[in-house]
Design a binder for this molecule. Sequence first.
Ligand code: ACO
Length: 333
Amino acid sequence: MLQQSGFGIAVTGSGSCTPQVSLDNHGLSQIVETSDEWIAARTGIRSRRLANHGMSLCDLATFASQQALSMAQILPTDIDLIILATSSPDDLFGTAGQIQYRLGATKAVAFDLTAACSGFVFGLVTASQFIRTGVYQNVLLIGADILSRWVNWSDRGTCILFGDGAGAVVLQASEIDRFLGFEIRSDGTQNSSLNLAYKAQSQELIDGVNIGQGTFQPITMNGQEIYRFAVKKVPEVIEKAMFRANISATEIDWLLLHQANQRILDAVAQRLHIPPEKVISNLANYGNTSAASIPLALDEAVRQGKVKAGDTIAAAGFGAGLSWGAVIFQWGS
Ligand code: ACO
């Protein structure tokens, strides 16, 4: 592959981590009025992993990162930049710094990036720009979420969907450019379709000075709106990224979508004329793990030997914002 202007980029390692505790659909039906049949038929999800009280996002993210570094055969001290894509940090001031400390990545600058379920794809694009311009050589990108903290466990329309987890990849400067094209988009007009919103109570400090202190409220979602949005916009953005990469759908080895709903995965693949055997799916076991879902599914597919060095992957994320995006890249150095 010819190198684009600037430095080449390769994705050289992956890792993942999910909590041990799992809750299957039968277990969920003890909490809300639902059934395994309904959830499996509408979403494809059978089970999800949940972080126990006391398990932090930093715990999951650090473990996933260590695996990714080991696969890429680089040391924590080699990392220039750590990006943590998350909507559920341990600390609103950012959790990436804690991960940097836990890894011993003493040279790395670290920050959080929030774009909900598009976070990993937005993170891939952000990381790639630092390498493309020659500023950094080794970037650790993590997608991690513990949305069980923010799910309304009495809302059967949302609590059936989400699970917790973390995935990570290492991106490195490379002579051969493996990062072929991307497109990322936002549409704030539909922002109210999916929210984890802050709600404040008015508190008067002194006469005429009212501040708003409160907390974030559980996830609210218009499921049908999000479904329609995903099925329409995701194929479009992948086509745009493929156009930029100058490749056609027949050249894609793996379609790696945000693992939200099997029906969405099937519909997008069908629109792009990509056969089902090229679609990576593990949502039956994990549900929607938000920013973690793409690197988690990628890491499993790599470790199972499905995804091999040189394979061309179309990865796409979509979710709150609303936001969506796609990246076309080849796996490995
Ligand atoms: N169990 C049983 N029945 C249910 C459940 C449930 N868990 N949830 C809803 N129902 C009922 C509804 O009450 C409704 O009943 P009614 O017809 O008597 O009113 C009926 O089932 C149909 O409900 P819908 O909401 O129309 O169901 P739909 O087919 O749209 O499926 C779903 C809902 C699975 C949420 C779907 O809309 C979806 O997957 N949307 C996309 C969501 C998504 O991907 N979100 C993640 C975005 S990523 C991010 O940024 C976090």
